[in-house]
Design a protein around this ligand. Structure first.
Ligand SMILES: N[C@@H](CCC(=O)N[C@@H](CS)C(=O)NCC(=O)O)C(=O)O
Length: 226
């Protein structure tokens, strides 16, 4: 059985979790503490400490670069989900760079502000240290004071996605592709604290997000060539 090693609010873990749910396969979720990556380190034979990591029997699958999609491509190939059709090659890459940088960058900051609500007390020191080493001393307080501005930026960054959804149910057409799951994961992370809602102005995104939360591969006609 496929096993997804994750922590629940991670944007990139939400992407993979939703893809596996979409596929309708049985899979196991193993949650690890945010600050203890021992299991990932061991399974990847000391090549990764990042979540998500996927185990499928003897296969261990993990990302190899910041915007690689090794796990999603593995699952897509194995379960024939049509998430990476050849005609959308290139276009999806441009989109997932925007999704995983611009949208993710705002979403995780807005969520991290509430870290005491989802990081166990004994893990907080390591969590804050990790953030400050990466983003500078006092970054979490800074994001807190910038909250309204970050929310306004997120609304603005999401506008092209709202426009894409004006004429179709999913970002690139009639069925969800990888970038739909990618954006869903970043927004899932933004919403994880329970303190936010999707921007009220983006009604298409709101309806799409609700669709994405329950969509299944079996809702669509079988794939012919992709
Ligand atoms: N591009 C990777 C990014 C994965 C990633 O950045 N994971 C974060 C958690 S959301 C992580 O484990 N970062 C390393 C760390 O926190 O030490 C993917 O798509 O899976």
């Amino acid at each position: 059985m496929i096993e997804l090693i994750q922590f629940p609010w991670s944007p990139f873990c939400i992407v993979q979790r939703r893809i596996l749910e979409f596929a309708g396969v049985r899979f196991k979720i193993t949650n690890i503490p945010n600050t203890d990556r021992t299991l990932i380190w061991k399974l990847s034979r000391e090549r990764s400490y990042q979540v998500p990591l996927l185990r499928d029997g003897k296969q261990v699958v993990f990302e190899t670069a910041d915007d690689s999609q090794v796990i999603a491509k593995y699952v897509d190939h194995k379960l024939a989900l049509g998430l990476f059709p050849p005609q959308l090659r290139g276009l999806q890459t441009i989109l997932w760079r925007d999704i995983e940088n611009e949208i993710e960058g705002l979403g995780f900051r807005l969520n991290d502000i509430y870290y005491p609500e989802f990081i166990a007390k004994k893990e907080r020191l390591a969590f804050v240290r990790h953030k400050e080493r990466k983003f500078g001393r006092g970054c979490l307080e800074q994001w807190r004071t910038q909250q309204a501005e970050l929310l306004a930026q997120l609304e603005q960054q999401l506008l092209p996605y709202e426009q894409m959804l004006l004429s179709k149910p999913f970002l690139l057409g009639d069925r969800p592709r990888f970038v739909d799951f990618d954006l869903y994961g970043m927004l899932g992370n933004f919403l994880a604290s329970g303190h936010y809602e999707l921007p009220a102005a983006h009604t298409q995104i709101q309806a799409w997000y609700a669709r994405m939360a329950k969509v299944r591969a079996t809702d669509f006609p079988p794939l012919i060539s992709s």
